[in-house]
Design a protein around this ligand. Structure first.
Ligand SMILES: Cc1ncc(COP(=O)(O)O)c(C=O)c1O
Length: 403
């Protein structure tokens, strides 16, 4: 075995395992009360509707649904999505500007694959979801972190870092942002920053990867325009996912961009998975055609809003006042800042002994900072479990950490 390890390509050796996957091992005890994973609540999955639709697809179109399909994705599904995006997000696009992918993880991987050359600079949030940074790193990008505050990525700092990179003779190439209910920080980028972000990408010739899987899971406040619509010159690849609003098991998502960029992504995927599995696409298309997608989104919002509110109430009641956390308008996450001298990972080890789990924040910071942070997800745990777990965590924080 060791001899094969010696043969590994640099990109396989350099990329680290996701910290979340590692944590899953640590917390795989049945009694654990977990606020760690960003997985959706299975209680939201539209099982009854799917039983009927899956049967219908198998009866009506087995020759298509069980067959290979086009690398772009089903034309009728892309047609539907173009109309849906126009109606919901005022995104103007044609079906040939859409590629259906296996999760937005694949859409991000394809984005990095077609744009990133070894040594290019990719700018990511501090903190950021590691799917985006990991994809860029796989293709040899150097990652540069940019502060994320309560208003999203700090675009003034971003511009200074782009200029700095240029001065050093480096190649700034891509900005990875999650503008709505960011993972892990839960914050939303304000409108002025969205415009400024696009202006920076245009001025310095960068591409923006706008990753937006939580956009439709909004529980308060009004939606802001996607970064994509702030960029008439097509600087943005817009990544959307069905994982959180439908179910992740079908691994369905899509990317929207300039048709020449989407074409490159389609060609790139022909040598990895050829096409997104047809079966799931037909099922999703039928789900959408029956008008169930928007109903499903509404149901999900009511479901997760209750959970968000419960978590925030529990935090207000049980957490020491020295800690700071955000109040997200949507998505799955609350991000907690401990006083500077405390360590999120140490707290996690203590918390696991009390059967409470979350994700320590450090792995979300590409510059090695953020040790005093941690992420709580309200998506999966039952409300009573969230309340109990936060009460116990609050007690632990008061007794052990902030004594
Ligand atoms: C910001 C962000 N992007 C992408 C993904 C992956 O989504 P998908 O299931 O569509 O691959 C996640 C999942 O947690 C996420 O939080």
């Amino acid at each position: 075995m060791a001899s094969l390890i010696n043969l590994l390509a640099t990109r396989a050796r350099e990329v680290k395992a996701s910290a979340i996957r590692e944590i899953c091992k640590l917390i795989a005890k049945p009694q654990i009360r977990s606020m760690a994973g960003g997985w959706p609540d299975p209680a939201t999955f539209p099982v009854e509707e799917l039983k009927e639709i899956v049967t219908q697809v198998l009866v009506d179109k087995p020759h298509l649904a069980l067959q290979y399909t086009t690398s772009e994705g089903l034309p009728e599904l892309r047609e539907f999505l173009a109309g849906w995006l126009k109606e919901k997000d005022q995104v103007d696009c044609t079906p040939d500007q859409i590629v259906i992918t296996h999760g937005s993880a694949q859409a991000m991987e394809l984005t990095a694959k077609i744009f990133i050359e070894r040594g290019d600079i990719a700018f990511v949030g501090l903190p950021t979801y590691f799917g985006g940074s990991g994809a860029c790193q796989t293709f040899g990008a150097e990652l540069v972190g940019v502060e994320v505050d309560q208003d999203g990525m700090n675009v003034e700092e971003l511009e200074l870092k782009v200029i700095q990179a240029q001065k050093e003779g480096k190649r700034p190439k891509l900005i990875y942002v999650i503008p709505d209910f960011q993972n892990p920080a839960g914050v939303t980028m304000i409108k002025e920053r969205r415009n400024r972000l696009v202006a920076i990408a245009e001025r310095y010739g960068l591409v923006i990867a706008e990753d937006n899987p939580y956009r439709d899971l909004r529980y308060s406040s009004q939606p802001l325009p996607p970064v994509m619509t702030c960029s008439p010159l097509g600087r943005v690849v817009y990544l959307r996912s069905f994982s959180k609003i439908f179910c992740p098991g079908f691994r369905l998502a899509f990317a929207v961009g300039d048709s020449s960029v989407i074409r490159r992504m389609v060609i790139a995927r022909q040598f990895e998975d050829c096409c997104t599995a047809a079966f799931g696409q037909y099922v999703l298309y039928e789900f959408c055609k029956r008008g169930l997608l928007d109903i499903q989104i509404e149901k999900n919002c009511s479901h997760y809003k209750l959970k968000r509110d419960s978590l925030l109430r529990a935090l207000d009641e049980h957490f020491p006042k020295e800690l700071k956390w955000n109040r997200p308008d949507g998505g799955f996450f609350v991000f907690v800042h401990l006083p500077q001298e405390y360590d999120g990972e140490e707290l996690l080890r203590e918390a696991v002994k009390k059967d409470v789990a979350f994700v320590a924040g450090a792995p979300f910071f590409v510059d090695g900072s953020g040790c005093n942070t941690f992420r709580l997800s309200f998506a999966q745990a039952e409300i009573s479990v969230i309340e109990e777990a936060v009460a116990d965590l609050g007690k632990l924080l008061k007794e052990r950490i902030l004594k």
